[in-house]
Design a protein around this ligand. Structure first.
Ligand code: NAP
Length: 282
């Protein structure tokens, strides 16, 4: 019997608890989101973040810029938000236009307002085994989902396919923190299936439908992070869900698995940063 790792259900539970917690605050937590240009996917992501934040009592302010905005203008805005005591958390929606350095922009965010956990300070803390202000949203959401189903990670072989800064790399360290044995694969990995077949837990974050049943060990746990539209316009994940779900013990669907958990983590992180800044100001 395969169990579905239901991200939607867990999202509702966590957000409902978070809403109650926020109602007990004397002030609303506040999230500032910078959106540059009119990439349709980014616009949908930002809209969903704003809608979710407002539903649970977080103030969210979306600052829109045209794709022609200069790097200096963006850096100046972030500097202003860093100093604004009414802003607890700052998110810059990626990707940015090519003329703007993503690194420079992220580096400008104050680590104490870095809701994605992407600044070198928070990333460095994570990789040195210390606690960052907050953990990156997608890996955090994956761990929340696995924890909800009481999936023990200690001693397990976790294979992560994809080594991006937003998913694979931070998840690698967060799995190590749980005493898993972790292997990370990428586009230059040779004989990918030989490695994925040894996984007790397989996490795929590629953006292509590459994980098939024959690449996996029966009974393994499968977490599908990938999300993209196929030629027919349908939302797909990296995993051949229909066949893999016949052999996996647990599997996360797309949509409805990791996606809802990423946005949930963003809300949790906003509240954590709010609590940190409130303590600092007291
Ligand atoms: P990314 O930066 O494009 O990274 C993709 C990774 O996949 C890279 O490390 C790449 O290797 C690797 N890769 C590509 N082809 C491969 C292959 N044939 N075999 C093995 N590895 C391969 O992507 P990302 O930002 O991490 O996102 C990955 C996917 O997850 C996308 O579909 C994205 O939309 C989705 N995503 C979903 C959520 C969510 O909340 N559900 C959050 C974040 C991302 P190289 O490093 O060698 O190029």
């Amino acid at each position: 019997m395969t169990t579905i790792l239901d991200g939607k259900k867990l999202r509702e539970k966590i957000l409902s608890d978070l809403k109650t917690k926020i109602e007990g605050f004397n002030k609303k937590p506040s999230l500032a989101v910078i959106l540059v240009g009119n990439n349709p996917a980014s616009q949908i992501y930002v809209y969903n973040k704003k809608k979710t934040a407002e539903k649970i009592g977080i103030n969210s302010n979306v600052i829109n810029y045209p794709a022609t905005v200069t790097e200096d203008e963006l850096l100046e805005k972030i500097h202003e938000l860093n100093r604004d005591e009414n802003v607890d958390a700052i998110l810059v929606q990626l990707p940015l236009p090519e003329h703007i350095s993503k690194e420079k922009v992220i580096n400008m965010i104050s680590p104490q307002k870095d809701v994605d956990g992407f600044t070198p300070y928070n990333f460095g803390k994570l990789f040195s085994g210390e606690k960052p202000f907050v953990y990156p949203c997608t890996p955090k959401g994956i761990l929340l989902l696995l924890d909800e189903y009481n999936i023990e990670l200690e001693g397990k072989h976790v294979v992560i396919v994809g080594r991006s800064n937003i998913v694979g790399k931070p998840l690698f360290q967060m799995m190590l923190n749980r005493n898993a044995t972790v292997t990370i694969c990428h586009s230059h990995t040779k004989n990918l299936s030989d490695i994925t077949k040894t996984a007790d837990v397989l996490v795929s974050a590629v953006g292509e439908n590459i994980i098939e049943e024959k690449m996996l060990k029966p009974g393994c746990i499968v977490v599908d992070v990938g999300i993209f539209k196929d030629a027919a316009g349908r939302t797909r994940g990296d995993v051949d869900f229909e066949n893999v779900s016949k052999i996996a013990s647990y599997i996360s669907p797309v949509p409805g698995g990791v996606g809802p958990m990423t946005i949930t983590s963003l809300m949790l992180n906003t509240v954590e940063l709010f609590e940190i800044s409130n303590k600092r100001l007291k």
